[in-house]
Each structure stands twice: as C-alpha cells, then as structure tokens.
Design a protein around this ligand. Structure first.
Ligand SMILES: [Zn+2]
Length: 225
C-alpha cells in the first residue's frame, strides 16, 4: 500500500476479537464522561426544565430549599431539593434531599393517594410522612447496580402520622384491619406514579418500609411488589 506522500504504509492490524468474558456495562450504569458533563451544563433546555420543575413544586405548595447539584463519583442529583413539607403542610420527617421531579411525584402520591385513602380507611388526615432514606450514594440491596437512592430518585417511607390518630408504620399489618387496607391501597396505587414500589411481602429487605423510586426502564416497565 502506498500513501499519498509516497511512503509505504503497513496495513492496519486486525482488531482483537471482543472479550466475551467482559460484557459491556449496562447503559444506565456507566459514568458520564467529562464531555457529556460539559454539554449538560450548557444545555439550555435542561436548565429550563429544571427551573420549570422548581416552579411546579412552589405551585403545588411544597416547603423546600433548592440545593446545589450533587456529584459523588457515579452518584449524582442534577436538580436537588431538600423537602420539609408536601402540600397542605404535611411534614416530611426528616427533611429529605431528592431530585425535583421525584419530589413532585411524592407530592402527587400524598395528595391523590395517601390523603384520600387515609380518609377512607382511617377516617383521618395525614400530618407527617416518615422517611428512612432519601439520597444515599450506594448500590442496590441486591446486586451491584447503583440504587436510585444514589440519584435522589427514590425514598424509603417508614410510615405516616395522622390527625388525632395513632401513627401507622409500614409492616406486615394484621389481616382485615383498617391499617392493612390503608397500607395495601397506598402501596398498590403508588405504581401509577412510581416505577418501582417494594414493600413488605416483596422480599426480606423491605419488611419495614416502602421503597419508592422512578427508575427509567425500557417500555415504561414497572416493578410493583
Ligand atoms: Zn430504598
């Protein structure tokens, strides 16, 4: 082979075959490159969407503080807010860090599901949402994939407090009790808003809390157990 400058050029050596023992990492698990980070910072559409989300939280009546973006190795929260209350003054205890869009989902769940089901099954109104874990840079309980907690995109709900009524902690409730009917309804109907809902009965790791997250999966696939 002769190149334009007249010098002989060695043919390209063939590429080594792909290593079958090293599968490509799953798409949503890889770390963003610095090029992607730079592009994101300058993306006006993303900035606009983030501001619009913050505006919606205000409209919905949440009490929250906007926080700077989180980046800790592969863990990150792009548009974080620390939420201390949902609409109607329903406290979030302790105040919890989460992605803005997730906070919006949590507020919808409280308003459209938890409040009406409290009225229906417990003849009361919710006053406090008890949170175990919100943002946390860690892997899933099963497997090595990052948990949605690592993106501020999930919370563990430990229970609820109500007006003039005993609190309800998430657990295996006595069959046929109002608490069982309430918990079952708020868990089942959470699936319309969140893409992962795991509670008592799903596996031993979720016996005392409801894990709710908004993991994005292909074809809007949801896990509700
Ligand atoms: Zn969880």
């Amino acid at each position: 082979m002769i190149a334009e400058n007249g010098m002989a050029q060695a043919p390209m050596p063939p590429l080594p075959p792909p290593r079958p023992d090293r599968p490509a990492p799953p798409e949503d698990n890889r770390e963003p490159t610095s090029v992607e980070e730079a592009a994101k910072e300058k993306d006006p559409a993303a900035e606009e969407a983030a501001a619009a989300c913050i505006e919606r939280l205000t409209q919905l009546g949440l009490r929250f503080e906007k926080r700077p973006p989180v980046q800790d190795n592969a863990c990150k929260v792009d548009n974080p807010v620390s939420v201390s209350a949902l609409a109607d003054g329903i406290e979030v205890s302790p105040a919890s860090l989460m992605e803005c869009s997730f906070a919006e989902g949590l507020a919808r769940w409280m308003k459209d599901v938890v409040a009406p089901r409290t009225s229906e099954h417990l003849q009361s109104a919710p006053t406090k949402l008890l949170i175990g874990t919100s943002y946390e840079c860690r892997d899933q309980r099963s497997g090595s994939k990052l948990s949605e907690h690592a993106f501020g995109n999930g919370v563990d709900v430990m229970g609820f407090e109500f007006d003039k009524r005993a609190p309800v902690g998430i657990k295996f409730q006595t069959e046929g009790s109002p608490e069982a009917a309430f918990q079952s309804a708020v868990q089942k109907e959470a699936c319309a808003i969140f893409t992962t809902v795991l509670g008592p009965g799903s596996d031993s790791a979720h016996g005392d809390h409801l894990h709710l997250d908004m993991r994005k999966r292909k074809a809007d696939y949801r896990i509700c157990q």
